[in-house]
Ligand binder design. Structure first.
Ligand code: 13P
Length: 287
């Protein structure tokens, strides 16, 4: 069932758990995530970065594939199709293509411009029943060529963006995309606490969910995070399972080179990872 992310996130805030955003890259990714979330009876958000959208030949292709797959697999749990770190133009393209949720990432813009563009997109999205995420404070690291050194969000700026009526808010609290360096200082909970005090019950989003110790994720959820984004972890487990299959020579046995066989261990690894993350985020049986 393709829906906006608004209701599932409001329920998560009220219930003290978080909904996962798993980023998708292709058909296998999407199928694995949908099947596992249906089995776990968890709501889910499918994240699509602009780079991944381009790779899949465009947002229209992605929206058509997700909508058709959701129907063909008989998925009953709420699924939001969400643009991840969208530009202003990307956000408009996804609204047009049939996404049910978007993120406008104006965090690298001067705050006045971030406010102006977010405000315009909030009005467009809400008119169409689409949920919208905004960002304050860059998330560090690199994702699809978009990199940032990472900075903690200014709680006053979070309030200004929140007051525009966004459905969810991403704020930098020391989190980064990709693998965390050994000398990473951990999540800055005092920043999260200060942001929460300014934004009330607006669901907060934790980007860079891969590699944060589970205890820190659980603490962040208890403090108002209701959406956790995971991308790199699925990529790592998919690559490891595929490498194992090939290193064991299984692609050389019988018809082991058939892509349906070659990609099966990676697809299963994604399902296992989804199960593991959903258990930590607490959203199983909440659909
Ligand atoms: P990771 O790749 O670090 O899990 O981050 C995902 C993310 O935040 C997508 O926006």
């Amino acid at each position: 069932m393709l829906v906006s992310a608004k209701e599932m996130l409001e329920k998560a805030v009220a219930g003290g758990y978080a909904v996962a955003q798993f980023n998708i890259n292709n058909l296998e990714w999407t199928k694995s995530i949908l099947l596992e979330c249906e089995e776990l009876k968890t709501p889910v958000i499918l994240g699509v970065s602009e780079g991944a959208g381009k790779y899949m030949t465009g947002f229209k292709t992605v929206a058509a594939m997700v909508k058709a797959m959701d129907e063909s697999l008989g998925i009953t749990v709420p699924v939001a199709l969400h643009l991840d770190h969208g530009s202003y133009e990307g956000a408009k393209a996804c609204i047009e293509a049939g996404f049910t949720s978007i993120m406008f990432d104006g965090s690298s813009l001067p705050i006045d411009e971030n406010i102006e563009k977010t405000k315009e997109l909030v009005a467009i999205c809400h008119e169409k029943g689409i949920s919208i995420e905004a960002e304050v404070g860059g998330i560090g690291g690199e994702e699809d060529g978009v990199s940032s050194t990472g900075e903690c969000a200014d709680p006053a700026e979070c309030k200004m963006i929140n007051d525009l009526g966004v459905d969810m808010l991403a704020c930098g609290i020391g989190n980064i995309h990709g693998k965390y360096p050994d000398n990473w200082e951990g999540l800055q909970f005092q920043v999260l606490e200060a942001v929460k005090a300014e934004v009330g019950n607006t669901p907060l989003v934790l980007h860079g969910g891969s590699g944060i110790p589970d205890e820190q994720i659980k603490k962040a959820i208890s403090m108002g995070v209701a959406k956790v984004n995971v991308n790199t972890e699925c990529q790592l487990v998919f690559a490891a399972a595929t490498r194992k299959y090939i290193e064991e020579g299984k692609d050389q046995q019988g018809k082991g080179y058939d892509p349906r066989k070659l990609l099966a261990p990676g697809a299963q690894a994604i399902r296992d990872e989804v199960k593991d993350r959903v258990a930590v985020f607490g959203s199983a049986n909440k659909a």
